[in-house]
Design a binder for this molecule. Structure first.
Ligand SMILES: [Zn+2]
Length: 260
């Protein structure tokens, strides 16, 4: 199958125009006329991922995080990016990124998290300007309210987490929840303006936790952890749209953060 046809299928779902300005989505490296034998799906593109692609005869990597963001001008900086680009080029590996255009998809990254944790009556948290149906994050409700401790245990089991960080307990029950996959501190303001009991996201800083003001439970489940199911999401979409296309989730774990 020609790469351009795979690009069309992905962009029908998450158009490049839905991505954020800073982002670098679409075909990052490669040739749209290449015939794709097989693809692997990953959250990040690392040298190990490129090795896995080579070893498993894949000539397309579909990555969530782009290898480099816009404005990347010099191959001298960022050792791992340079190595990845050279290795991919030498081995005729195409790299395609679907990132904030999938975050902004109302059935995208955060929607998928909301389904994992069983939220209902869902809506978009931060609507994209002038685009009614696009935006970051999802708000929804649990079927039954839970105490904060119950909810943390529930969340850990549903998202298969070994740990998480949270703000001080408020003593209130949890029912209405906002979720936002990836770095979500920019969403705290919006969440505080709505009647939301709890915000599940990642990459919260020390001072962000104070912003809860004992009104809301802020939870940081880890960046990789919040987005890890996005690989399944992309795979199931491609399997549905082009069932004959060979596509798998990469075996290599790319989380650069370790816990001791
Ligand atoms: Zn991310």
């Amino acid at each position: 199958m020609k790469l351009i046809n795979i690009q069309r299928v992905l962009e029908e779902w998450s158009p490049l125009s839905s991505a954020e300005d800073f982002d670098n989505v679409g075909l990052i490296l490669g040739n749209p006329d290449d015939i794709i034998e097989k693809a692997i799906i990953t959250l990040d593109t690392t040298e190990k991922i490129i090795d896995e692609a080579i070893d498993s005869d894949c000539n397309l990597i579909i990555t969530f995080h782009p290898l480099m963001f816009k404005g990347y001008e010099s191959l001298k900086s960022e050792e791992y990016v340079r190595k990845c680009i050279i290795k991919a080029l030498k081995n005729n590996i195409n790299i395609y990124a679907i990132h904030t255009n999938l975050d902004n998809n109302p059935k995208g990254v955060s929607y998928h998290i909301s389904k994992k944790i069983g939220l209902r009556n869902i809506e978009v948290l931060i609507k994209k300007e002038n685009k009614e149906n696009l935006g970051m994050g999802i708000i929804g409700e649990l079927r039954d309210e839970k105490t904060e401790k119950e909810f943390l245990k529930y969340l850990m089991s549903k998202m298969e987490l070994s740990n998480l960080r949270h703000s001080n307990f408020t003593g209130e029950k949890i029912k209405k929840i906002a979720v936002l996959g990836g770095s979500g501190s920019f969403g705290i303001e919006e969440v505080l303006n709505k009647e939301i009991d709890c915000y599940v996201t990642a990459d919260l800083k020390y001072h962000d936790f104070f912003k809860s003001n004992n009104k809301i439970l802020l939870i940081d489940i880890g960046h990789y952890e919040s987005e890890k199911y996005t690989k399944e999401l992309i795979l199931s979409y491609l399997n549905k749209k082009i069932p004959k296309f060979a596509c798998t989730i990469a075996k290599t774990k790319t989380n650069p953060v370790n816990y001791f």
